[in-house]
Design a protein around this ligand. Sequence first.
Ligand SMILES: C[C@H](N)C(=O)N[C@@H](Cc1c[nH]cn1)C(=O)O
Ligand SMILES: [Zn+2]
Ligand SMILES: [Zn+2]
Length: 478
Amino acid sequence: MAEKTLPQIFKYVDQNVDSYKKLLKEAVAIPSVSCDAKYRDDCVRMVEWTQEKLKEVGARTELRDVGYQTIEGKEIKLPPVLVGVLGNDPKKNTICLYGHLDVQPALKSDGWETEPFELVERDGKLYGRGSTDDKGPVLGWLHAINAYKGIGEELPVNLKFVFECMEESGSEGLDALLIEKLKPEGFFNDVDYVCISDNYWLGTTKPCITYGLRGISYYFLEIECAKMDLHSGVYGGTVHEAMTDLIYLMNELVDKNGKILVTGMYDSVAPLTEAEKRLYTNIDFDTEAYRKSIAATRLAHNGDKEQILMHRWRYPSLSLHGIEGAAFQPGAKTVIPGKVIGKFSVRIVPNQEPEEVEKLVFDFINKKWAARGSPNKMRITAQSGRAWTENPDHPHYQAAARATRLIYHTEPDMSREGGSIPVTITLQEASGRNVLLLPMGAGDDMAHSQNEKINVRNYIEGIKLFAAYFYEVSKLAK
Ligand SMILES: C[C@H](N)C(=O)N[C@@H](Cc1c[nH]cn1)C(=O)O
Ligand SMILES: [Zn+2]
Ligand SMILES: [Zn+2]
């Protein structure tokens, strides 16, 4: 590949900014919310839409059926997984790219300034659900491939694609597809590297390359006191209320400083070594900017940088998310809910296995429930994904660092991520190859939150970064 290929590609990318925004607008307009079955057709539409785009860049694609999920006793078909192959030149390195096409729920009434499923550009930012998590990055890969085509240059690597639409809901069906079908079929035989762009920089100016993720163990804690909601003036004082029991149980899980109270939760957490401790000192992370960006009054751990990073990356945390069946709408609704489902999750860390964490939580809740002596019905279920770490002293990471320096003219931070991408460790195990996370978006993108956005700069420079990453990986020894 000629010396001037990358500068030509960068120029091509700069000339096509409008078309990249237009495509992201189309993608954001499909409300592919995976956790709510009423959007399941939109999830399927999103997968099919992406399949068309993948075909347009020349990939061979197929939609793989991954079966059904059970929601409230009903069997619901899972969206298919989009699998693709582009190029099979044995002289080239092969990268397997993973991304997700589903999004978290969003309503304008949640506090969005504009419609969440309508991409809006304001002050150099593209607002819309999925703009940074993960539709922008997925499209980034396609634009990077297209840019090679656009300047008439052959792609320097072979690519394989796994794009799913259930990541935000535990990636149901995906592990089985990878391990029981794709691996035996030989999909991973020629894969040399795995790359995922589905996380964010630590701050807003400095790029990162990421070598670790926390896992997640998500719980549904259901309490039922009556077969319907009840008038609190008629039944209040006469029944054992489900919500009272639920609030009691949820309040037992974590203290005001965020310490998890579930017995044994910290027992298997990997001990902190002196060498690991030193890693945190050099990370560029402004805790005050982080605090201000979310308008929090005070951060935990006295805002100490090292402690904040450790509690995001290497210690478990427990968050309470919500209560189904509770009166959440404005107005003084006076019912006693007949059934409530409390939702909480534990971000789990290396050395903690999901099964072990689930058992600790179940045992703890069962013990507290027995002590409570409530006559109500209690049920707890969980869905979990594992944590992941990788060796960042690998030529793959060095290649990504070279690509990053070329685009951003600075040394990227080697970061870990507090969020979870359940399939990462499965891809690592199924391929037996080095896995790398190459984030596109900035630390203030507010994924999952109101007014999620991606900066135009991150989107466009991210496309160039991906093109440069292909080039750098192509130079690695076969
Ligand atoms: C980091 C990634 N972009 C992400 O947002 N992952 C989700 C995955 C998840 C698992 N259950 C529900 N969502 C996350 O970390 O919450
Ligand atoms: Zn997400
Ligand atoms: Zn994501």
